[in-house]
Unconditional design. Structure first.
Length: 47
C-alpha cells in the first residue's frame, strides 16, 4: 500500500478566496438555470 506524505500541511482555517473568485461564483450561480424535462436535466446559462 502506498504511503502518502505531504511536505507542507495546509490549515483549512487559513484558506481565504479572493473577492474576484467569490463574485464570479455568485454571478455564475445566479445565471445558471436547470430545466427538468421527462427525467432529463438541461443546464442553461442565462446571459
Amino acid at each position: 500500500m502506498a504511503k502518502l506524505y505531504s511536505k507542507k500541511s495546509i490549515e483549512i482555517n487559513d484558506l481565504k478566496p479572493k473577492e474576484e473568485t467569490v463574485d464570479f461564483l455568485l454571478k455564475y450561480s445566479k445565471a445558471l438555470s436547470v430545466i427538468s424535462y421527462n427525467k432529463l436535466k438541461f443546464e442553461a446559462l442565462l446571459n
